[in-house]
Structure formats: C-alpha cells, structure tokens
Design a binder for this molecule. Structure first.
Ligand SMILES: [Zn+2]
Length: 67
C-alpha cells in the first residue's frame, strides 16, 4: 500500500482507528480533524493527489447530443 501511516501522538493508535470529526476542503487538499479513542485530537492533511473521491473528468453520462 502506498501512503504513510499516521499514528496518535499520545497513545500510538493508528490514525485509521481514530474518528473523523470533520473534513474541510482547502486549496492544498483535504484537512481532516481526527480524534483518537484516548481523546487526543490532531489535524490530518491529505493532498489532492492522495485524497479520496477524486474522479477523472469525463466520467459518467453527461452531455447530450441532439440531432
Ligand atoms: Zn490516542
């Protein structure tokens, strides 16, 4: 798997197990506010390149050709 793993700074739990409090879109990418089960909170930044939900252009059915 690509990508770096992040861990809680306090208890060392994987960030994947932490709750996502909120997600914000910024010019650099996605900013996620994570909250670990131990109560520690931190900000996770996902660049657009690795941010989920990035769909290629021209996908899906759009546009209609009338004749
Ligand atoms: Zn923790």
């Amino acid at each position: 798997m690509d990508g770096r793993m992040e861990f809680c700074d306090r208890c060392g739990c994987p960030a994947a197990l932490a709750e996502t409090e909120s997600t914000h879109h910024t010019s650099e990418g996605l900013v996620r506010y994570r909250r670990c089960g131990c109560g520690h909170r931190w900000v996770q930044v996902l660049a657009f390149a690795e941010a989920p939900g990035r769909l290629p252009l021209g996908s899906g059915r759009s546009g209609r050709s009338g004749g």
